[in-house]
Write a protein that binds this ligand. Structure first.
Ligand SMILES: O=c1[nH]c(=O)c2[nH]c(=O)[nH]c2[nH]1
Length: 303
């Protein structure tokens, strides 16, 4: 005979709904980026003891509600969560409470050519700078780099003209979000290293600024093309750099279909997926470069 048990504390919902809201009333876009968890509390004993889902507001519905509410803007995470709390507790009378939590990711406008950009953003918190020095015989190699420089443009990006087969479902678009966390490494010319004429701190700041400008300035036909635009800027401005290598996840943002809730969605509310992600990697180098020796050995994830 099984022993009698009672139901202790319980709550349930959808965790980590990644919602990005772009406000595009004017050409100067605003971005709000949240990770929202919604969990309901109340009397759910029938669900646990009898398999009766009559009171179980699906976690899927909770997720949809988060995205639908984002259509009107987020305001502040606190206000957004208060709206959700009020909604669930007033809409379903057996929902007596719940727990709603959000993380907000802060973005700043990219400064391109001295001006705040209208629709290109860099995530606050910033990148990790890195450096590698390799000495082989008489040669000294210096590779500098950065990782996790997270950037997003809310328009001026598309993806079209790709081959289609029976497995292709992706729709062509000329207006999508393009977002990535840039990992880039650049190798300095051996002679410049040997002559000791590189100000590594100044070069770092300049390369970072040029990468951001390259990301922002032009329409992107693909992340691949944007990497080229970024590399071109750096190699034009820095003759002491011979090559650049990129590893960039394409952080997909999918337009949420809000039509089932009677709402339009003109590219304003997005589901920010974390995986799978596109992984775009490319090296760019000058025509004639100094021999890199084995300087790149041990740097993971680069071609
Ligand atoms: O910028 C992109 N490059 C791709 O190679 C690719 N593939 C894909 O499905 N979407 C995208 N986007």
């Amino acid at each position: 005979m099984s022993s009698k048990i009672v139901l202790g504390k319980n709550q349930y919902g959808k965790a980590e709904n990644r919602v990005v809201k772009i406000t595009r009333d004017t050409d100067r876009h605003e971005i709000e980026d949240l990770n929202v968890t919604s969990q309901l509390r109340g009397d759910f004993s029938a669900a646990h003891f009898e398999g009766d889902n009559g009171r179980v507001v699906p976690t899927d519905t909770q997720k949809n509600t988060v995205y639908a509410f984002a259509r009107d803007g987020i305001g502040s995470p606190e206000e957004f969560l208060l709206r959700l709390a009020k909604h669930f507790t007033s809409e379903f009378d057996w929902v007596t409470g719940g727990r709603w939590e959000a993380e907000q990711y802060a973005w700043e406008r990219i400064i391109a050519n001295g001006k705040e950009h209208d629709h290109s953003f860099v995530r606050k918190g910033q990148e990790v700078r890195n450096a590698v020095v390799v000495r082989e015989g008489d040669s000294t190699y210096v590779i500098s780099g950065l990782s996790d420089l997270t950037v997003l443009k809310s328009t001026q990006s598309g993806f079209e003209g790709y081959p289609k087969d029976k497995y292709t479902t992706l729709q062509e678009t000329s207006d999508r979000i393009l977002a990535t966390a840039v990992s880039a490494r650049w190798r300095y010319n051996n002679d410049a290293v040997a002559e000791g004429r590189i100000d590594y701190n100044a070069a770092y700041e300049s390369v970072k600024a040029l990468l951001l400008e390259g990301f922002s300035e032009q329409y992107s036909k693909a992340l691949q093309e944007t990497l080229y635009q970024m590399a071109q800027k750096v190699l034009d401005a820095h003759p002491e750099i011979d090559e650049l290598r990129f590893s960039t996840p394409n952080k997909h943002h999918f337009v949420v279909d809000l039509s089932p809730f009677g709402l339009d969605n003109p590219n304003e509310v997005f589901f920010a997926a974390d995986r799978p992600y596109g992984l775009i990697e490319a090296n760019f180098e000058r025509d004639l470069i100094s021999d890199p020796g084995n300087a790149w050995d041990g740097i993971a994830g680069f071609c």
